[in-house]
Design a binder for this molecule. Structure first.
Ligand code: ATP
Length: 248
């Protein structure tokens, strides 16, 4: 279960990452309050995937720290990672396995018993309106439904923190909206903490909490509409467009 709302689910401090000479992240610091939905917004090349890779420990930072529910990711990776469910940018379902088989495979890796896998698979697929299709091959689902299965899979071990890297990329507007609403409901109804990485501001509500990333640096954090107003833009779309413009 989530800890008290006073301690952040994720605390990132002065995080830097270099690929050789290229600085991908520079002194990035922000918290994700427990039980909130936070959008990480930035244009291509801003450093979103790099940050996501550091959070999921695919990469090690050049300097700085990440704490997940108080556990230092570098010193106690097992404790930190056990609290996370992850949906990567590139789909990772096995297209020739059924929905149920994909979840069972993942559940076994997570150390769940067959009984737990069965119970949790049904609960998550029902949540996403896909239980009736549990014995179909993933190949036969549309893109939006495949993404829902990936989120169901990420939630199988009941993590408190869900990380999604451009989960809506490549989907049509209707599928994107549904996906966003499903994930939004996880925060509202179950107190999950969500990091939603995207470059598509139009899928977010104006009152959404966001961290703006540009060229590896945090360019603002807070409510989207307030950020837009504070930086002299009419709305969040104009704000995000300004992030894509060349640096002066
Ligand atoms: P996109 O939306 O295009 O995926 P992003 O915001 O996720 O962009 P990153 O992929 O994290 O941004 O890239 C940040 C910077 O680091 C970019 O300048 C990119 O070219 C560079 N970069 C990313 N991966 C590598 C790598 N493996 N080697 C060298 N440079 C890299």
């Amino acid at each position: 279960m989530s800890q008290s709302n006073t301690s952040p689910a994720v605390s990132i401090e002065q995080l830097c990452h270099h690929y050789g000479q290229r600085k991908a992240l520079i002194d990035v610091s922000f918290d994700i309050p427990t039980g909130t939905f936070l959008a990480l917004l930035g244009p291509n090349g801003a450093g979103k995937t790099t940050l996501f890779s550091l959070l999921t420990r695919l990469l090690r930072p050049s300097s700085g720290s990440i704490r997940v529910f108080g556990a230092d990711l570098a010193r106690s990776p097992g404790a930190a990672l056990a609290r996370m469910g992850v949906v990567f940018q590139q789909p990772t379902l096995d297209l020739d396995l059924t929905l149920r088989q994909n979840l069972a495979y993942h559940g076994a890796i997570q150390g769940l018993s067959p009984k737990q896998v069965k119970r949790r698979s049904q609960a998550e697929l029902e949540r996403f309106g896909l239980w009736a299709r549990c014995d179909e091959r993933v190949r036969d689902l549309n893109g939006g439904h495949r993404r829902r299965v990936e989120i169901a899979r990420a939630l199988l071990h009941e993590p408190d923190l869900l990380l999604l890297d451009e989960a809506s990329a490549g989907l049509d507007l209707e599928s994107r909206t549904h996906l966003y609403q499903h994930v939004r409901n996880l925060c509202r109804d179950e107190g999950k903490t969500v990091l939603w990485t995207t470059h598509l501001v139009e899928e977010l509500d104006a009152n959404e909490l966001a961290v703006l990333l540009r060229r590896g640096r945090v360019k603002g954090q807070g409510e989207l509409s307030a950020l837009a107003a504070a930086q002299g833009h009419g709305d969040a779309n104009a704000l995000v467009l300004s992030l894509s413009e060349p640096a002066p």
